[in-house]
Design a protein around this ligand. Sequence first.
Ligand SMILES: NC(=O)c1ccc[n+]([C@@H]2O[C@H](COP(=O)([O-])OP(=O)(O)OC[C@H]3O[C@@H](n4cnc5c(N)ncnc54)[C@H](OP(=O)(O)O)[C@@H]3O)[C@@H](O)[C@H]2O)c1
Length: 241
Amino acid sequence: MTNVVAVTGASSGIGEAVALHLAKQGVQLVLAARGEDKLNALVARIGDSGGTAVAVSADVSRRDHMVRVVNTARHRFGRLDVLVSCAGAMPIGPMDDLAVDDWNQMVDVNLKGVLYGIAAALPVFREQDSGHFVNIASTAARKTTPNQAVYSATKAAVLALSDGLRQEFAGKLRVTVISPGFTETDFISHVRDDQLRAQMQEAAAKFAMDPQAVAKAVGYAIEQPEEVNIGEIVIRSLNQP
Ligand SMILES: NC(=O)c1ccc[n+]([C@@H]2O[C@H](COP(=O)([O-])OP(=O)(O)OC[C@H]3O[C@@H](n4cnc5c(N)ncnc54)[C@H](OP(=O)(O)O)[C@@H]3O)[C@@H](O)[C@H]2O)c1
């Protein structure tokens, strides 16, 4: 039975919805992000509803911070059953802008953040002889569009590394990728270009789905019997082409 789940990117959007959904199922939570105030407010909200959660201020692009997230789970709850890697950055734009700092941020958060989570949790999962990685990718992993080349590349990389990890640890660990389509969160605020942000807002109004739908998909993957691994769930609004 899954008792202890760490969620990165828990201060907002999909990560927050995952935390609230799992708290209702009685899961003990370690919630990580950089924004401490939002995390503390979420921990208090979960506590007020009878749940158990602890906040860890962490930047996923720092390997030592991800070690701290995993250590918090062990110290507070004695183990870690699942790591949900949800933290993400989306400062998208045309390649021609040469916004190399934004490219680096997407690689650091969306790809290296997931890798640092794996590096931190894998030794614990090995010792426990059980564990589950749930990595949040995107439908952009398979279908890229102009302005999203680097973002898509980081998400395609998450798909690839998750499948490799799953095969290497077949019979021992579970690895799941959740690939959401457009979801109604703060994500659009990451886009710096006004015109592009307005285009995304227009698209969101047409077909963004509620983050709770993604949270339920995460819950579904986690609640399967130990011997069942959900490899990937692709989930998008009915209206999204
Ligand atoms: N919204 C969509 O349409 C959509 C679609 C497909 C996939 N996704 C994926 O879903 C995930 C969550 O995104 P969202 O839509 O929920 O966006 P969001 O509301 O902006 O949430 C992003 C989360 O990531 C955290 N984060 C960003 N950089 C971080 C860092 N360096 N270290 C730690 N945490 C960091 C943020 O917290 P702090 O700023 O406090 O650190 C926040 O909690 C992302 O991986 C995204 O790629 C989103």
